[in-house]
Design a protein around this ligand. Structure first.
Ligand SMILES: O=C(O)[C@@H](CO)OP(=O)(O)O
Length: 248
């Protein structure tokens, strides 16, 4: 039996401002820092020990991981940062306020953009500041595979190769692993691990800064899955994420 912990970053500045974020590199708010600290305390109390951590190349996930590991006294473990764990790229929606977008285009359209399985947002132009090709951290990646706007399906297509090539073999080699990532890159992983249908994943919302603990069998099939912390507050946080696309 293997244990795996997934954690979405704590609240970011653009979560607070309710803006589509994607690959835009925003920092944590004070609440986000507090959530990451609490997550570390909860994992410490539960006796978790990690050998290796994976995260994205975005500040909010990296910081959440560092804060939580620091809190656990496990700041020294190796960390692998990879762009394939980045948030889903929100294309031309990046930076827009979700409630204002719902006023303009309707809540239904915003729900389709946020949660449909295979409808991508409108693409960013190559000359947009939100096209990743202008960012040094992506300079080694073939521009043809850099996203300009991803559906969940496209996000899954770029997250899963990293799971299969790197993370799964490390788990099966006995490494105890934590993955700090993002709402939609983690929805991609959870959909895959839980074998959820394209319809079921529509209602999956992942709260910020709460460790999600999986027990996996030899074939990486989930035996159990639970969030650490108070169940009612976790549920309230998930509902709040779902409502971010409502009109004000
Ligand atoms: O804006 C984003 O990048 C994501 C996560 O914050 O939002 P959503 O939950 O709307 O997919």
């Amino acid at each position: 039996m293997y244990k795996l912990v997934l954690i979405r970053h704590g609240e970011s500045q653009w979560n607070l401002e309710n803006r589509f974020t994607g690959w835009h590199d925003v920092d944590l708010t004070d609440t986000g820092v507090a959530q990451a600290t609490t997550a570390g305390q909860l994992m410490k109390e539960a006796g978790f020990e990690f050998d290796l951590a994976y995260t994205s190349v975005l500040l909010r996930a990296i910081k959440t991981l560092n804060i939580a590991l620091d809190e656990m006294g496990q700041h020294y473990i190796p960390v692998e940062r990879h762009w394939r764990l980045n948030e889903r790229h929100y294309g031309a929606l990046t930076g827009l306020n979700k409630a204002e977008t719902a006023e303009k285009h309707g809540e239904e359209q915003v729900k389709i953009w946020r949660r449909s399985f295979d409808v991508p947002p409108p693409a960013v132009e190559m000359d947009s500041e939100h096209f990743p090709g202008h960012d040094r951290r992506y300079s080694q990646i073939d521009p043809d595979i850099l996203p300009r706007g991803e559906s969940l399906k496209l996000t899954i297509d770029r997250v899963l190769p990293f799971w299969h090539d790197q993370i799964r073999p490390a788990i099966q080699a006995g490494k105890r692993i934590i993955i700090a990532a993002h709402g939609n890159s983690l929805r991609a992983l959870v959909k895959y691990l839980d074998g959820m249908s394209d319809d079921e994943v529509l209602n999956l919302n992942i709260p910020t800064g709460v460790p999600l603990v999986y027990e996996l069998d030899e074939n990486m099939k989930p035996i159990s899955k639970e969030y650490l912390g108070d169940a009612d507050s976790v549920k309230a946080m998930m509902d709040a994420v779902a409502k971010q696309g409502s009109k004000q």
